[in-house]
Design a protein around this ligand. Structure first.
Ligand SMILES: [Zn+2]
Length: 332
């Protein structure tokens, strides 16, 4: 069975790149009626984009594009997870743990938070719960999860998020180190200035704390730190990989093979790297399949290649979750 267990319905900031990405997803629909490149085509595309923005990401029209893409790719389970930082209800949590001071980079991070945090968690969950039945009628399971940032001292808030809704999966991630976010473009220069082994060791320490908190079902993009663009010689990281894999095993937690992390950047590989994946297999850590798509036409991207990698290191099964209960499906 094919699944994609990590899909986002929207991800800011709302840049020109963002608009182009949305246009790529809406384009094929417009091209059913109008020839690409014609003035009418451009006008219809702009109209589509305008409707998309007005309706927001939690609308049936937008979700329908995800369903159509999943159907086309033969995917039978799709789990939508959104980043917790997008929701206004938890704005204070991020303000507390992310550096948003008045210095140049702090200001950039504050701007980023203002740009990405604009939805209500409640409306996200209510909308998707309603849509589940319709997907079921079409033969695709729609699951709903949340991807939360782990910060030391933030456990009570996360516990509240976890207990508040009937999640299918609760994912933990470390996107921030000492208040700085490596996925935030403006903050990346801070990471490039640091000594790499020290930086990676602090990242893996934080990840281990996240695992030990026992809050999560899955740890997202486990070597995600590499996405800012640099990694030390990987041999030096193997002891850290071992430690993290053993912690996952001890706590019975899964991680994912994420095809959307790293590929478009300098390191052209999935997360985790192949060597990390081998160590996870040796430690019998269950793995979910994740595209981390942020637009409909990326659903399922390169997951066939991810399945091959899993098989190559020795996996015969992968993990899926429903109401936070894990089951294993055969990698056929
Ligand atoms: Zn993430």
């Amino acid at each position: 069975m094919k699944v994609d267990f990590h899909v986002h319905l929207e991800e800011g900031p709302y840049s020109l790149d963002w608009l182009l990405k949305q246009a790529d997803s809406l384009g094929p629909l417009v091209e059913q009626d109008e020839v690409k490149g014609s003035r009418k085509w451009a006008s219809m595309l702009v109209q589509g984009l305008s409707e998309r923005l007005q309706q927001g990401p939690y609308s049936r029209d937008w979700l329908e594009l995800y369903r159509l893409r999943a159907k086309q790719a033969g995917i039978q389970q799709v789990c939508v997870v959104e980043h917790l930082y997008r929701f206004l209800e938890y704005r204070a949590y991020y303000e507390q743990h992310v550096h948003i001071g008045s210095d140049r980079l702090g200001t950039a991070q504050r701007r980023w938070l203002n740009q990405v945090a604009n939805e209500s968690l409640d409306s996200f969950v209510v909308f998707l719960q309603k849509e589940r039945l319709r997907w079921e009628d079409e033969g695709i399971d729609l699951r709903v999860g949340i991807e939360m940032d782990y910060f030391s001292g933030g456990e009570d808030t996360l516990r509240h998020v976890i207990n508040q809704y009937p999640w299918d999966v609760c994912m933990g991630a470390v996107h921030f180190l000492e208040g700085w976010g490596y996925p935030i473009q403006d903050a990346q220069e801070r990471f490039s200035r640091q000594e790499l082994i020290g930086l990676y060791s602090r990242y893996f320490d934080k990840l281990e704390q996240a695992i030990e908190s026992q809050l999560f079902d899955v740890i997202a993009h486990i070597d995600g730190i590499k996405s800012f663009g640099a990694r030390p010689d990987e041999t030096a990281l193997l002891p850290y990989y071992q430690r993290v894999a053993r912690a996952l095993r001890r706590r019975g937690m899964a991680t994912e093979i994420n095809t959307g992390y790293g590929l478009s950047k300098q390191l052209r590989e999935f997360s985790p790297s192949y060597r990390f994946l081998e160590i996870l297999f040796q430690n019998e850590v269950p793995i979910t399949l994740a595209s981390s798509a942020t637009a409909p036409d990326h659903v399922g991207q390169q997951l066939d290649e991810a399945r091959l990698q899993l098989k190559r290191v020795g996996y015969t099964h992968f993990a899926v979750f429903e109401k936070r209960k894990r089951s294993m499906l055969a990698l056929d």
